[in-house]
Every structure is written in structure tokens, then in C-alpha cells.
Ligand binder design. Structure first.
Ligand code: NAP
Length: 366
């Protein structure tokens, strides 16, 4: 259990008091409620900051958490400390930021007004730039990159399910060490890295499928069972891998197969993929990517923080990333559309191939 030591005097006698460290989750949604709930179930002192709807649900129902391997945890409503007001985070020793990427700059500005100097802030978000946004606004705090490898879905008020396996990864830092034991006790051991860039990019390569799944408008299992969609993903990944190689970034191994092999496996015929890619197809038959859920709910997606980061990397290197750029455009169009599109595998693949040819066609015309 994380503890803070406080020294003081009673008369002339020095007294040491041990206090449990306070952990806050900023952005009580799927990831925040799951990780925060597991820490609470593991004995930590956790507070949640979230929207009024979620706050009401947690106060009424507590938290019920489950995992694909039958793990079950329950936190009663009496144990829940939840607020819609960021001011409560003034008491935090550790803050876990779990908002979607579009909300990071607001989170950073709000936290900057309340956090004490020295507070540790971990971004448990996808993408490669969220920790930098937090760090820029929080120069007197320690901001660290984190990575959540598993997926979590909400299954009703206060009910969250971890659908896939994996362990949390985080940047190693002395300031984080007092909290490491809290995660271990909660059954969420932290894998610590001196450099998180290769880990974040490896996760981002997998997340490139979120846009394809959102455009397909069908469950992940159904989408990944169709070769045409898988080739779209392979094209997006190959484009990113080539840029990462130029940039000297070698993605970490976050799946049984190294990142560079995945496009090849994705491209094999369906019957062979059923055997080679069995792990990728072992998903809840109804699960969709969070980007698909965002489109369905009319929310802004994270496409600019995922496929958009490949485009940004290309620009920094003086290159282009036409496949990921086109995926960004199509998702942005879908965000604005009155009727949500459902791209077939063949049509989307034709679109990706046309995008890939386009820069060359432009060069040939000039
Ligand atoms: N879910 C997964 O399986 C998964 C897995 C790995 C990584 N991730 C990453 O983890 C991050 C969080 O994803 P998520 O799925 O947990 O998102 P989520 O379910 O949408 O949770 C985020 C919550 O934060 C709330 N929020 C936003 N701004 C806030 C503010 N200023 N004050 C209080 N609450 C605020 C959101 O409310 P509103 O919606 O009303 O803004 C939402 O309830 C993302 O970067 C995602 O890519 C997710």
C-alpha cells in the first residue's frame, strides 16, 4: 500500500505519521473506472473525477469489475469517492489521466490549477502525444507515459469488463516507485521502461485498426475475418512501419508476433488467417473499436491522435502517409455525416489503393 511519511513534533518528541497516498482518476470512464476500481479493491485510497452521469452511477451502484478469465471484483457504493469537481484532486499524490485524447488539453489546464507541486501524473491514454500535452501544462509535477494493452468495455451502470489480457506499462521514474506496490497488490503489476516511445508506437500500430473498424461499422471479429479489411490495416501499418524505420524508432514487442510481421499475417487468405491469426479473432463477437462506439454516439473520435500521428511523423520526416491521411479524412467525414457510413471491405480497400497511388499520380501530372 503506498504510504507517505510525515514528521512532526508533539512537545519535544519527534513523531512519524504514516498516511495512505491518495490516488485520483481524472476521467472516470471505461479505463478509469476499471483501473481505479481494481486499485480500490486492492486496498488503495482512490478518488474519481468524472461526469455527473457516471458519478451518479458509481454512487448508486458501486463498481463491479470482471475479466475475461473469470476474475471478479466488487467495490460497494459506500467505498466510492467520486466528484465532478477537479478541485478534489488537490489532495492527490498520484493522478491517472484517463480521458480521451481530445479532452487532454482541458484536463491539463484544469489539473494545473489544483495539483500540488511534485504530484505524479500518469497518462493511461492511447496515442503518442498526450503525456507531452500534460507535461507542458504541469511543469511542477512529474508526468509519465503509461500504456493500457487490454480493452475495457462498460456493460451497464458501474459495470466494467476487461476483455483481453495484458499488463500495464509505464515510464520508469523514481517518483513513481512509492505507488508501484499499490498496482501489484491490485493484480495490475506495472512493467516499467526507461523509454516508452517504442511501446506507445507499438500500441498505436495496433490501434490503426480502430479507424477501419469504425468505417466498416461492424463488430471487430466480423471485420478482421474479411481479408479486404485486413489488407487495409496491413497497408496502414506498413506505411507507419516504414516511417518509424526512417525515424529510428523500433516498435516494442507488445503482442506474441513482432510488429513488423503483423502486416504479413493480416494479408493471408481468410482460411489461413483463421489459424495464424486465431489470437486476433479471439474477441467478443459483438465488440467494436472505441472509435466505432464514438461515431455511434456522435462523439469526436481519437483518429487525429492515432492515424493522424502517422501523418505528423511523415511530415516531420519530409514524407507522406497517404493511407493514414485518407483514413483520417474518412473518419472526420463520418463524424460530420448525418447518416453513418458502412464501408464494405472491397470499397475501402479500393479507396486505400487509390490514396496510395494519388501522390504518384500527382507527381506524374506535374
Ligand atoms: N476502452 C478501452 O478499451 C481502452 C483500452 C486502451 C486504451 N484506451 C485509451 O484510454 C483512454 C480513455 O479511454 P476510455 O475508453 O476509458 O474513454 P471513456 O470511456 O470515454 O472515458 C473517459 C471519461 O472521461 C470523461 N471526461 C472527459 N473530460 C472530462 C473532464 N474534463 N472532467 C471529467 N470527466 C471528463 C468522459 O466524459 P465525456 O464522454 O462526457 O466527455 C468519459 O466519461 C483513451 O485514450 C483510449 O484510447 C482505451
Amino acid at each position: 500500500m503506498p504510504i507517505q511519511r510525515m514528521r512532526g513534533y508533539v512537545g519535544q518528541v519527534e513523531v512519524t505519521t504514516f498516511l495512505m497516498a491518495k490516488i485520483y482518476v481524472y476521467g472516470a470512464g471505461s479505463i478509469g473506472c476499471y483501473i481505479g476500481g481494481r486499485l480500490l479493491a486492492g486496498g488503495s485510497d482512490v478518488g474519481f473525477i468524472g461526469r455527473a452521469r457516471v458519478a451518479g452511477e458509481l454512487r448508486d451502484q458501486g463498481l463491479t469489475l470482471s475479466r475475461h478469465d473469470d476474475g471478479r471484483w466488487h467495490v460497494s457504493r459506500e467505498q466510492i469517492d467520486v466528484s465532478t469537481d477537479v478541485a478534489s484532486a488537490a489532495a492527490a499524490d498520484l493522478v491517472l489521466v484517463t480521458v480521451k485524447s481530445a479532452a487532454t488539453s482541458t484536463a491539463a489546464a484544469e489539473l494545473a490549477n489544483v495539483l500540488r507541486p511534485g504530484t505524479v501524473v500518469v497518462s493511461f491514454q492511447n496515442g503518442v502525444g498526450n503525456a507531452d500535452v500534460l507535461r507542458a501544462a504541469l511543469p511542477r509535477q512529474t508526468v509519465l507515459e503509461g500504456m493500457v494493452p487490454f480493452n475495457v468495455v462498460g456493460r451497464g451502470p458501474g459495470v466494467f469488463h476487461q476483455g483481453t489480457a495484458g499488463e500495464l506499462e509505464i515510464r520508469q521514474a523514481p517518483a513513481m516507485q512509492p505507488f508501484v506496490d499499490a498496482f501489484r497488490k491490485a493484480g495490475l503489476p506495472l512493467i516499467q521502461h526507461a523509454d516508452m516511445v517504442p511501446v506507445q508506437w507499438a500500441k498505436l500500430l495496433l490501434n490503426l485498426n480502430n479507424a477501419i473498424n469504425a468505417l466498416a461499422n461492424r463488430p471487430l471479429k466480423e471485420e478482421l475475418s474479411q481479408r479486404a479489411y485486413r489488407i487495409c490495416l496491413a497497408m496502414a501499418q506498413k506505411e507507419a512501419l516504414a516511417l518509424l524505420k526512417r525515424a529510428g524508432i523500433r516498435p516494442a514487442k507488445v503482442t506474441p508476433l513482432p510488429s513488423s510481421w503483423i502486416p504479413r499475417v493480416l494479408s493471408v487468405p481468410d482460411a489461413l488467417f483463421e489459424r495464424l491469426g486465431r489470437a486476433m479473432l479471439t474477441i467478443d463477437p459483438l465488440a467494436r473499436s472505441s472509435m466505432s462506439d464514438d461515431l455511434a454516439a456522435g462523439r469526436a473520435t481519437e483518429v487525429d491522435w492515432i492515424n493522424g500521428e502517422v501523418v505528423n511523423l511523415a511530415q516531420r520526416l519530409g514524407q507522406t502517409a497517404p493511407v493514414n491521411e485518407r483514413l483520417c479524412e474518412l473518419v472526420r467525414q463520418a463524424e460530420r455525416a448525418a447518416v453513418r457510413p458502412s464501408w464494405s471491405g472491397e470499397t475501402l480497400l479500393a479507396e486505400m489503393r487509390a490514396a496510395k497511388r494519388a501522390p504518384l499520380a500527382l507527381q506524374q501530372r506535374t
